[in-house]
Design a protein around this ligand. Structure first.
Ligand SMILES: [Ca+2]
Ligand SMILES: [Ca+2]
Ligand SMILES: [Ca+2]
Length: 234
C-alpha cells in the first residue's frame, strides 16, 4: 500500500486521453490495424496481392502481401479491384511456408484451399471485378487466432499472406480482466517498479505493454499520471 499512496500522491487530475494510432507497423510487412478499414486489393502479377487502405494514420498504398494484425470488435472489408485473382481467407490449416511479407502457399490442390477457406466460402471469397463481391469480416472473441489469405488460382502460390486476430489491448488493464479499475493498481505498480519479468511471472496471461498508458512505447514513470487519470475517468 505504501507504493500506492506514494504514486497517487504524485499525480494531478488533468484530463488525459489515450492517443491511438489506427495502423502501427510493428515489424517489416506487419501492420496492426486497430480500427475497421476497407482494404482494396490489387495485385503484382501472380507474385503478390497489393493491399491499400486509409485510416487515421494515413494512407497505405500497394503493400505486397502484408501480415495483418486485426482487432476483435472491428469490421474489416476486403475487395478486389481488378480482374482475376480471387482473394480468399483461410484458417491456419492451409499449408504455408515463408515469413512475413514473403509467404507462399505450399499446396496447389484446390480442394485443400477450399477445405481451409472460412465458411461460408462465398462469404470469404472476394471475387474479381466486374463482380462487386467483397469480404466483410466482423471479428468476435471466437475469431482470435491465426489465418492466411491467398489466391484461389491454384498455381498462384506466391500470393499469400497472414492475418492474426487479437483482442484489442486495453492500456491500464494490468490484471487483464477486461476493464480498468482499482484491481489494476497493484499489478501496475509491480510492472513499473519491479519490471517486466517479475510482472509476467505474476500475471503470465496478461500484457505488460498495457502499462504503457502514455502510449510512447515504453513503460515508465510517464505512465503514472495517465494511469491514474484512467482510474478516475475510465
Ligand atoms: Ca507474395
Ligand atoms: Ca483490470
Ligand atoms: Ca509510457
Amino acid at each position: 500500500m505504501t507504493k500506492h499512496v506514494t504514486i497517487l500522491g504524485l499525480v494531478g487530475l488533468s484530463a488525459f486521453s489515450v492517443a491511438l494510432a489506427d495502423t502501427t507497423m510493428v515489424a517489416p510487412s506487419v501492420y496492426e490495424i486497430d480500427a475497421g478499414v476497407d482494404f482494396s486489393i490489387g495485385n503484382s502479377g501472380a507474385s503478390s496481392f497489393l493491399l491499400n487502405w486509409s485510416d487515421g494514420s494515413g494512407t497505405f498504398t500497394d503493400e505486397p502481401d502484408p501480415t495483418l494484425i486485426l482487432h476483435v470488435g472491428q469490421t474489416y472489408t476486403f475487395m478486389r479491384t481488378t480482374g482475376s485473382h480471387p482473394f480468399v481467407i483461410t484458417d491456419d490449416t492451409l499449408p504455408v511456408t515463408g515469413t512475413d511479407g514473403s509467404y507462399a502457399r505450399a499446396t496447389t490442390d484446390g480442394a485443400v484451399i477450399d477445405a481451409a477457406t472460412l465458411t461460408p466460402i462465398a462469404d470469404f471469397t472476394a471475387d474479381p471485378a466486374p463482380t462487386t463481391d467483397q469480404i466483410t469480416w466482423t471479428l468476435t472473441s471466437g475469431d482470435v487466432g491465426d489465418y492466411f489469405y491467398t489466391c484461389r488460382v491454384t498455381f498462384h502460390t506466391s500470393m499469400a499472406g497472414a492475418i492474426h486476430v487479437v483482442e484489442p489491448s486495453l492500456p491500464g488493464d494490468m490484471d487483464c480482466d477486461g476493464v480498468v479499475g482499482f484491481g489494476d493498481i497493484n499489478p501496475f505498480v509491480l510492472a513499473l517498479v519491479d519490471g517486466q519479468a517479475t510482472y509476467e511471472a505474476a500475471f503470465p496471461d496478461c500484457d505488460y505493454q498495457n502499462a504503457d498508458v502514455s502510449g510512447n512505447g515504453s513503460v515508465g514513470f510517464d505512465d503514472i499520471n495517465p494511469f491514474v487519470a484512467l482510474l478516475l475517468n475510465p
